[in-house]
Design a protein around this ligand. Structure first.
Ligand code: SAH
Length: 201
């Protein structure tokens, strides 16, 4: 999963679905949505085929999903149409695509934060701070340093998350969680973090 930009689209064009592309929302994310914590106008950064975005749409969220991969975005649009759900899916690089200033009440990130280099991680957090309204909530899930081995994306430590969101944010919770994945090397889950981070009012 650690890969150059152009490889993201090909990950979606393989015969086998990508490890993360499980055809349903991630369970730790479902739990947050069921608590009613993510409402209003919502950005799904790196939305993939749209499962998390479409769950939010079923709860009345006005969701915009952004992803680099054209293939992922066309599948997300098809999934929305098949389920009769309204959501907007846009092809673009989250680091450069124009986003409305303070235009979102909430942001979700399932599996994007951990793809960035140190430098792009800083840019990414700046982008999120610009797009999220003051007091808005970000729900972020990323690979954890508790995941053994070196397969997959870079591991993220608790301290790295605390540092990335140190200025202008409040880390309201940071909990061990798991990502479900399509069976890969015999694994069906990988260790993750689920963070709830509020942009300072
Ligand atoms: N959120 C989805 C996909 C996670 S995989 C899910 O939970 O299934 C990470 C996704 O981020 C991929 O779809 C990849 O195409 C996308 N991505 C990677 N870099 C990106 C960038 N700079 N801007 C937008 N999307 C990006």
């Amino acid at each position: 999963m650690t890969m150059p930009t152009g490889d993201w689209d090909s990950a979606y064009r393989q015969q086998e679905p990508a490890p993360w592309d499980i055809g349903r929302p991630q369970p730790p994310f479902v739990a947050v949505v069921e608590q009613g914590l993510l409402t209003g106008t919502i950005l799904d950064a790196g939305c993939g085929t749209g499962e998390n975005a479409l769950l939010l749409a079923t709860r009345g969220g006005r969701v915009t999903g952004v992803d680099l991969s054209e293939t992922a975005i066309s599948r997300a649009r098809q999934n929305a149409a098949d389920r009769g759900l309204a959501a907007s899916f846009v092809v673009g690089d989250i680091l450069t695509i124009p986003l409305p200033e303070s235009g979102f009440d909430a942001v979700v990130d399932s599996g994007l934060f951990h793809v960035f280099s140190d430098e792009d991680r800083k840019r990414y957090v700046t982008v999120l701070a610009g797009a999220l309204r003051r007091g808005g909530l970000c729900c972020l899930m990323c690979f954890s340093d508790r995941q053994p081995g070196d397969w997959g994306p870079r591991r993220v430590t608790r301290a790295e998350l605390e540092e990335a969101f140190a200025d202008g944010w409040a880390l309201e919770s940071l909990e061990p969680a798991v990502f479900d994945i399509n069976p890969t090397f015999g694994m069906t889950t990988v260790q993750a973090w689920r963070a709830m981070i509020r942009r300072s009012p």
